[in-house]
Design a protein around this ligand. Structure first.
Ligand SMILES: CC(C)(COP(=O)(O)OP(=O)(O)OC[C@H]1O[C@@H](n2cnc3c(N)ncnc32)[C@H](O)[C@@H]1OP(=O)(O)O)[C@@H](O)C(=O)NCCC(=O)NCCS
Length: 188
């Protein structure tokens, strides 16, 4: 995916040299849906960066001021037959609460609709993940429903799966366009 520039950020593919920044937030993922991404050490982070560098649907969020990777976005890697893709975000908590996630996600959504031609975006968010729900809502995504005891990312002390309630949020290109005019070439 191509590089996207915003006021404070550069969104770009992962590249060699990003491992320490990636490790900084994947050594202990905070969202249950990302527990499986946990990295044990810098060597694992280097392997993960190499994998991500080849992933068309993954962008690193970089601060313009320092060049540091402060999180990532995913979506648009696979186009299903209905021009629909899931989207997601993961920010290093050290950089939370400063509007970076919204700035990045807004530009990313705009890119997926205008440049990549997607028609519908959706996100799965656990019911306890208020910051991600808030982000979806700021992006204008609609809450479409809640899947009760939908998925398990961890077991309890007795080894039984903990099932989570998962919300689905979605946004259509026409809904996005109604909020923000699209370039003529992206309409359709
Ligand atoms: C979900 C997540 C990306 C949200 O990050 P965030 O930093 O809280 O989100 P935002 O970028 O929207 O910033 C939040 C606050 O920054 C504040 N802020 C501070 N300076 C700002 C600025 N210059 N511009 C805009 N907002 C600013 C805003 O007030 C905003 O609060 P509001 O939503 O009440 O308006 C982050 O919590 C995260 O990565 N969590 C772990 C992974 C995760 O849960 N991923 C989603 C799985 S479904």
């Amino acid at each position: 995916m191509q590089t996207i520039e915003t006021e404070r950020l550069i969104l770009r593919p992962f590249k060699e040299g990003d491992a320490a920044d990636l490790f900084a937030y994947l050594r202990a993922p905070t969202a249950s849906c990302f527990f499986s991404l946990k990295l044990a050490d810098l060597a694992e982070a280097e392997t993960e960066v190499r994998k991500r560098a080849l992933d068309e649907g993954r962008l690193a969020i970089c601060l313009k001021t320092t060049g540091r990777v402060i999180g990532d976005l995913f979506g648009g890697g696979e186009d299903d037959e209905d021009k629909t893709t899931s989207v997601g975000w993961n920010l290093n908590p050290q950089f939370g609460g400063q509007g970076y996630a919204f700035e990045a996600a807004k530009a990313f959504v705009d890119h997926l609709f205008r440049v990549k031609g997607f028609r519908r975006l959706y996100a799965y968010v656990e019911d306890h993940n208020k910051s991600s729900q808030r982000l979806c809502e700021k992006l204008g995504m609609r809450r479409e429903g809640v899947f009760v005891e939908f998925v398990s990312f961890a077991n309890d002390d007795a080894g039984n799966p903990i099932y989570e309630n998962t919300m689905q949020y979605a946004l259509l290109r026409r809904e996005w366009a109604a909020q923000r005019p699209l370039a003529p070439s992206a309409r359709g």
